[in-house]
Design a protein around this ligand. Structure first.
Ligand SMILES: Cc1cc2nc3c(=O)[nH]c(=O)nc-3n(C[C@H](O)[C@H](O)[C@H](O)COP(=O)(O)O)c2cc1C
Length: 351
């Protein structure tokens, strides 16, 4: 079925079908507000926010956002902690602990990212965000019904045609087709098989043909020409992440910004080392040394805890050896320009 490009703006109520990708750990309400003010749909990533911080950020967006905005949650099923696997992980990391002079026995295990839940929904409900997006599928039917009941438009990422069909059948109002180029975590949820993952240009038209809801293209889009290409392939809108990472309104660290604007950004890989799920980032020392998909990494999100103190140690020395340098394959849009300016440049792709 042919998509009409304006259907997404009707659904979301935005001036333009341009969404800023939620990027946990790299931005909060300042970036979202700037994108909204420029006519796009700004996003608040909530996967790593404690309830108090989430409430404060929602309050800010509720009071100050011009036009609709999006709040994003992960909806994974937390794994059972596995002591033997955790021990194998720390053993694999031992050379890094040795270099850092840290004792892994002093490092607490823990989750770091919590999935959407009724307790989180209690915080969100009074704000009835215009858009709620999910990564890793959708929450359980009763939770999803709650979100839809307070009036939010619901989005989620599909990385295969099967996931897109599943999301449509389970109530997503629009689907983000997340191509293999995309930075950060792959939203894959029906399979762990990385061989199923498809680039944006191949994935997008196949999802457009397979579902009736609007399809938003994500992955590798960093310019007006990229926006135009996605729209030509039937997208109802686009979602852009990596290109926003060097805007002053993002909270991306100085080390991460430098990597994004260097030659190093030409080599990204999918890695499970920082969380337990495959996510795309610039290759660094940990990925080179352990291999980006080392099976010693525990299930998502349990891999994070053991790496966290190593990351902090090396970052204090100005080194990114153990830092997740999330980036898509196309970092060419990363510039130190205001998010409003970048948004205006991307919007020209809809002319
Ligand atoms: C730094 C970073 C963090 C991300 N964090 C999230 C997140 O918290 N939730 C989410 O749904 N997607 C997240 N993503 C993925 C984006 O939603 C989107 O799929 C991706 O940025 C699009 O590809 P691009 O980076 O090539 O523009 C993240 C991406 C990046 C680069």
């Amino acid at each position: 079925m042919t998509q009409h490009p304006h259907r997404l703006t009707d659904l979301i109520g935005s001036r333009h079908p341009l969404l800023q990708a939620p990027m946990a750990g790299a931005q909060g309400s300042p970036l979202a507000l700037a994108v909204c003010a420029a006519g796009g749909v700004g996003a608040l990533p909530a996967a790593m926010l404690a309830p108090d911080a989430l409430q404060a950020e929602l309050q800010t967006l509720h009071e100050r956002a011009e036009g609709p905005w999006n709040v994003n949650f992960f909806c994974h099923t937390p794994p059972e902690p596995d002591a033997a696997h955790e021990a194998r992980w720390r053993e694999a990391l031992q050379p890094f602990y040795d270099e850092a002079g840290l004792d892994p026995a002093d490092v607490p295990a823990g989750a770091g990212r919590v999935p959407f839940s009724h307790a989180v929904a209690d915080v969100v409900e009074p704000f009835a965000p215009p858009v709620v997006s999910f990564h890793f599928g959708l929450p359980a039917p009763d939770l999803l019904a709650r979100v839809k009941g307070w009036g939010s438009v619901v989005l989620s990422s599909a990385t295969t045609v099967e996931e897109a069909r599943w999301l449509q059948a389970h109530g997503a109002d629009a689907i983000i087709a997340q191509g293999l180029e995309a930075g950060g975590h792959r939203g894959m949820f029906l399979t762990h098989e990385l061989g199923t993952q498809v680039g944006t240009m191949a994935l997008l038209p196949q999802i457009v043909a397979a579902v009736q809801v609007p399809v938003i293209a994500a992955g590798g889009i960093a310019s007006a020409a990229g926006v135009r290409a996605a729209m030509a392939l039937g997208a109802a809108g686009v979602q852009v992440g990596t290109a926003y990472l060097c805007c002053p309104e993002a909270s991306t660290s100085t080390l991460h910004r430098s990597a994004l604007m260097s030659e190093a950004a030409r080599h990204t890989e999918l890695t499970t080392l920082f969380s337990g799920r495959p996510a795309r980032g610039i290759v660094n020392q940990l990925m080179r040394s352990l291999g980006p998909l080392n099976p010693a990494a525990p299930a998502f999100p349990l891999a994070t805890a053991a790496v966290a103190p190593l990351r902090a140690h090396f970052e204090a020395l100005g080194r990114t050896d153990c830092t997740p340098l999330w980036s898509g394959q196309n970092a060419s849009g990363c510039q130190a320009i205001a998010a409003g300016e970048l948004t205006a440049a991307l919007l020209r792709g809809f002319d």
